[in-house]
Every structure is written in C-alpha cells, then in structure tokens.
Design a protein around this ligand. Structure first.
Ligand SMILES: [Mg+2]
Length: 328
C-alpha cells in the first residue's frame, strides 16, 4: 500500500464532505473555514484530543473503531463541561498504510457516531506523514452562558459520584495485550468493547449543570482525575474502594484476583463522569439516574485538605504505584 490513491481534494469530496452535509454553515467543506452561530445567551465550548497509533490505539485496529473512539473521547470532554455538541474539526496525518478502503471505513465510523450523537464534521486538514498515524479532533459545543461545569467548584462535604462502571477499559487494554489472566473470552470481549467504544455522558453532563459543583471526565484514571478536581477546587477527597461501581465481569474478576483493584481505580480510559454534589441533593441524583438509565454512584466525599485518599477493602488506605495510567 502506498497511501490513498485519491488526491486531497478528491478525498475531501468523497469521504469528508458527506460528513458535513447536515451543518449548512460548513458550506460542504468548500470554503476556508466554517461559521459557528450560537444562540443568544450561549457560549462556545471547545476541546481537542489527539490519538497516535501505538500510543492511544493499536496500529491494526479497525478504522471504524479508531474513528468512533476519537470522536467519543472529544465528546466526553464536552460532556464534562455540561455542553451540547455542535460539530468537530478533523486533522489527520495519514501514513502509507492508509489507503482509500481504510479512509472509507474511517469515514463510515465517523458517520455512524455523528448520527448517534448529533454532530457534524465542519472542517479540518490532512497531510501525509512518514511517522505514526496521528489523528486529532477539535470538538465544539454550546452551553448556557456561565453554566458550564468546571473542576473548581467542589466544597468540603460534597458527595463524590461516578457514572457507569470503572475499570473496564483498563481490563480491555490488558485483554487486548493478552495480559489479562483469569477472564473468560466473553468477559475479555466485553472489556475490549468498553476500551474501544466509550460512552460519552452528554445527557448526564447537561443535566448536571446547576446540580454538580464540579465535574471531570475520567480519561487518566479515577484517582488521578478526582485529584484534578481536588487541585482546582483546593480540597481533599476520600473515596471507598468497595463503593466504586464495577461491571459484573470486572467484579467477578476482582473477587478472584483482588490484586486488580488498584489498577482499576487508576487505569483510565473510562470516559465516565466524576462529579461532586452538595449534601442534601442526593435525591436529585437518584432521580436523574433513574430518568437517564445511567448508574450514578456515591463513592465518597470532599473534605478540607489536599489529595485523594482511597479506603481499601480492609479499611486501611490503598497505596498506588501511580494514580493515572498512561496508555501503552
Ligand atoms: Mg477530559
């Protein structure tokens, strides 16, 4: 293979312009830039995330999967800010291994998740690289002016919550590296799916506006990302390991091999939301969980001080080799 046989303009017309058709102000990707026209009283939220082959994904991963994860991790950042997604820009450095068939599958993956999450491609750029396949999305969203969720608003006494389940993506990475002992093939597939296709909690993020005092999406690992809330909110947090929600296959694995627990709490790539909620508003969180069909679990609380303390299964503090896992 020697890279795409189509030229850049043909590539845009064939694979990428169709992804912009639902966003009129991208002008079919024929102009130098797109326009953003927020409703009065709305602010633009912007975020970017880059993925590098061999660092953030396996070079032989299915192109659809790479595309969908790239979009989803960006949307997760919008979710963490309480924003509604609008559109995204794609900057790609293609390698020689990327041919037209690969591009078609990559674009199909984007199309599938665009429809699912209500966003459109609004611009971008492509180049060829002799190095690793490098893909960057910049996602844009909107939020009511002044209402974006931040990391900085947590107060001592607030409860600490997480959405969904924690640690599946870490186990998925171990499964993909054939380094996961003690899990059957079905569990290994489930974990790998959670690694490849995180669920950006967009609906939850929007509903946490005015309810959560601080929020973050878990990309580096629960302990590290809660630590970011603590740093910016200038307080401490204590969580209880046994309260951290695990999926049934992860819980079964930890029951057999408890040594996995610290890694699940620090493993990263969960893309769940971790957030703080004032005392007295727990009932609203329970109602929201029911309404959205998303598990929202109180795992601890904020207090004066600094840093994250994790109470282990035996009641003593867990010590971690590192608080955040850095991919491969
Ligand atoms: Mg983030």
């Amino acid at each position: 293979m020697s890279g795409p046989t189509s030229g850049e303009f043909e590539q845009i017309a064939r694979y990428f312009a169709p992804l912009a058709k639902d966003y009129p102000l991208a002008f079919g990707l024929t102009d130098d830039a797109a326009l953003i026209r927020p409703e009065p009283g709305q602010e633009i939220v912007v975020t970017t995330d880059c993925m590098v082959a061999g660092v953030h994904f396996f070079p032989d991963d299915a192109p659809e999967r790479i595309a969908r994860k790239l979009l989803r991790v960006n949307l997760s950042d919008l979710a963490a800010m309480g924003a509604a997604p609008v559109g995204y820009l794609l900057a790609a450095a293609w390698t020689e291994a990327v041919d037209d068939a690969w591009l078609a599958r990559f674009a199909a993956g984007l199309a599938e998740d665009q429809a699912r999450f209500g966003v459109a491609l609004i611009g971008g750029d492509t180049a060829a690289t002799p190095g690793a396949l490098t893909l960057t999305i910049t996602a844009l969203g909107t939020v009511t002016a002044g209402a974006a969720l931040r990391r900085s608003g947590a107060k001592p006494g607030d409860g600490v919550y997480v959405s969904g389940t924690i640690g599946d993506a870490y186990l998925g990475l171990q499964a993909r590296k054939a380094a996961l002992a003690g899990a059957n093939a079905e569990s290994a597939r489930y974990f790998a799916e959670r690694l490849d296709l995180p669920e950006p909690r967009l609906g939850l993020g929007r509903r946490l506006r005015g309810l959560a005092t601080a929020a973050i999406d878990i990309s580096d690992g629960l302990v590290a990302d809660l630590g970011h809330i603590c740093e910016t909110s200038k307080l401490a947090a204590e969580i209880v390991a046994s309260r951290v929600p695990l999926s049934p296959p992860a819980a079964a694995l930890v029951a057999r091999a408890p040594e996995y627990l610290p890694a699940l709490l620090t493993g990263g790539d969960d893309y769940e939301l971790c957030f703080a909620v004032p005392q007295g508003r727990e009932g609203e969180i329970a109602a929201l969980a029911g309404e959205l069909g998303v598990a929202l679990t109180r795992i601890g609380r904020c207090s004066a001080g600094a840093g994250v303390k994790v109470e282990g299964p035996d009641g003593t503090a867990l010590a971690f080799e590192r608080t955040g896992y850095r991919h491969f």
